[in-house]
Design a protein around this ligand. Structure first.
Ligand SMILES: Nc1ncnc2c1ncn2[C@@H]1O[C@H](COP(=O)(O)OP(=O)(O)O)[C@@H](O)[C@H]1O
Ligand SMILES: O=C(CO)[C@@H](O)[C@@H](O)COP(=O)(O)O
Length: 556
């Protein structure tokens, strides 16, 4: 049989990227990025200029189709392959990124009647204006002793589906009423490709409080939130929830023509970016923690049982790999902390030194910071520059560095910040491991592992675990392409399971980062100190960070 291919499309925050993948070995044959024409809409609506409030973040649904219009034909052209050899397409998306649609599946923001109402647009994952609703969701769930709460580490986020829907109901009841359904954008794009709507088990589970056995929370809970929400799950959240890797339907003639593909090819059910990356680094069994490392870190882990772990974002059966429980946790700032330091706090002489040596500032700092042994800087930091999204789940916490002297150098501060984020990851590793969800090895993908070797060695030393690094430029997109191969099935030239696909298509680099025993020992001592500070400032013994915030607020 001629070589077969699938296409994975990774929908990020700023752009979408299509990758054409060879199914025999997972080789990424061609890729193409389409920046979203309307960008992230966080100040005012396009055309009308209607102003958005603080903490809003919207997107334009047509930007997602634009990615298909431009990037899919581009990868076919670039690769020179015959489009007839593409047997499937899959996508992964940011989440919860959601929108209201009408009975025809059209986004409400496409209609002239609603275009000027910001609530008719796509709410992006980082739309944070539904916090008052999220607070009530959590308070009422805790009061009622709702069984779902521990599955989400004790807190439902304002980024997720129910908070966003409730904000629409609170602030734009006419949009709530008019919406036939609320849908994850990943499911909407799939519905555009197939002509029918199905929901995927990943976003339903992690973002919409759906459980494979128990379904959504019961009507009484929704009624307690707001009587108008009582029937939400059987009306506007209705629809089958389908396991990852399922075929959501064949590609319609219209979409096939638009993208230059054959009609009828398999379209995999929607997926989430970090989750799709897991099989793409070959992880299809428990014990291996996958870290998508960039501006922040998403931690993904598989287990055979549903366990409760402090601060996790969620545990969902079939949420990552069908047949297993998928666990997700995260750190809300990692690369962003290093960027803050470089952009906002670095003396000019470092930039000059780096320029003289013809290297980037990060590279200079990494080189200089590598000269220190663990503990040699005398510094320690708490990595809460963007709050804490791991075991403490508290956005009001802030960062700190202790141990500064008149001799402290920028490279020492930089190293301390790298270490602080590694300690943050160790908290997550320990929380899982001590609750019976074993972590034996780490797998890293995303931009950071390619950029900073010192960072990766520190993570190996601090967690005392070997780290395998993805050998793929576009790990989530490769994962989406692998799920497309499963949706197509072996008979069509794909694979019958994601495990088979991972065996043939997933890759990690040969070189790994192994813990260095003497560093492990030193970091154990530093981690004890980190943990003391973590609990002292994070668990209520000293709420100075919150008091400072409130004093600051009182001065505004
Ligand atoms: N050499 C480096 N060492 C550490 N961090 C870096 C380095 N270069 C860039 N960064 C940080 O990496 C982050 C970008 O990571 P990347 O994975 O490319 O992006 P994203 O999370 O948006 O996908 C930024 O926060 C940036 O500050
Ligand atoms: O929340 C999730 C996954 O659960 C992500 O989609 C969201 O944080 C966006 O991540 P990226 O900015 O695309 O790395």
């Amino acid at each position: 049989m001629a070589t077969k291919y699938t296409i994975g499309v990774d929908y990020g925050t700023q752009s979408g990227r299509a990758v054409l993948v060879d199914l025999s070995n997972g080789r990424e044959v061609a890729d193409h990025v389409t920046p979203y024409p309307h960008h992230v809409i966080d100040e005012c609506l396009p055309d009308s200029g209607i102003k958005l409030e603080h903490d809003w973040a919207l997107q334009h649904p047509d930007d997602y189709l634009e990615v298909l219009r431009r990037s899919v034909p581009a990868v076919i052209a670039q690769s020179g392959i015959d489009a007839a050899d593409v047997i499937g397409i899959g996508i992964d998306f940011t989440a919860c990124t959601m929108l209201p649609i009408d009975e025809q599946g059209e986004p409400l923001c496409f209609s002239s009647e609603y275009i000027n109402n910001p609530h008719s647009w796509v709410k992006l994952w980082k739309h944070h204006a539904a916090q008052p609703e999220a607070d009530k969701i959590n308070k009422i769930a805790a009061e009622r002793g709702e069984a779902f709460l521990p599955r989400y580490g004790g807190k439902i986020s304002s980024e997720w589906m129910i908070a966003k829907i409730w904000q629409i109901l609170d602030e734009a009841p006419e949009i709530y009423e008019r919406a036939d359904m609320f849908l994850e954008a990943t499911d909407w794009v799939i519905s555009q490709m197939t002509g029918s709507i199905v929901r995927n088990s990943c976003t339903a589970g992690y973002k919409a409080i759906w459980h494979k056995q128990e379904g959504y929370p019961d009507k009484e809970y929704f009624k307690a939130l707001d009587p108008r929400l009582e029937d939400l799950t059987e009306t506007k959240l209705r629809g089958d929830v389908i396991s990852l890797g399922s075929n959501a339907g064949g590609l319609t003639d219209k979409m096939a023509e638009m993208m230059g593909l054959e009609s009828g090819i398999a379209v995999a059910v929607g997926n989430v970016d970090a989750h799709a990356a897991v099989p793409a680094v070959g992880v299809v069994t428990p014990g291996k923690l996958v870290m998508a490392m960039g501006t922040s870190i998403c931690h993904m882990l598989l287990g055979t049982e549903e366990k409760q772990v402090e601060g996790m974002c969620g545990v969902v059966e079939d949420g990552i790999i069908p047949g297993l429980y998928g666990y997700e946790a995260g750190q809300s700032a990692v690369g962003d902390i290093f960027e803050w330091y470089v952009e906002e706090s670095l003396p000019g002489y470092v930039k000059e030194e780096a320029a003289k040596e013809g290297i980037g500032v990060h590279q200079w700092l990494e080189k200089e910071a590598s000269a220190f042994k663990p503990g040699q800087t005398g510094l320690l930091a708490l990595d809460w520059w963007n709050g804490n999204r791991s075991v403490l789940v508290d956005t009001d916490l802030t960062g700190m560095i202790i141990g500064m002297t008149l001799l402290t150098k920028p490279q020492e501060v930089y190293r301390t910040l790298l270490e602080a984020t590694a300690f943050g990851t160790r908290k997550i590793v320990d929380a899982f491991h001590s609750n019976g969800v074993t972590v034996d090895a780490l797998y890293a993908c995303g931009g950071l592992p390619q950029k900073n070797r010192l960072l990766m060695q520190i993570y190996a030393d601090v967690t005392n675990r070997e780290i395998f690094v993805a050998d793929s430029k576009q790990t989530p997109a490769l994962g989406a392409a692998m799920f497309a191969a499963v949706a197509a099935g072996e008979a069509a030239g794909g694979y019958d399971t994601i495990i088979d696909a991972a065996e043939k298509m997933a890759r990690v680099k040969e070189e790994t980062f192994k813990p260095i025993p003497e560093n492990v020992e030193l970091y154990d001592r530093l981690y004890k100190e980190y943990s003391k500070l973590h609990d002292y400032f994070g668990r209520g013994e000293n709420d100075v960070m919150k008091r400072l915030k409130s004093i600051k607020k009182s001065t505004e």
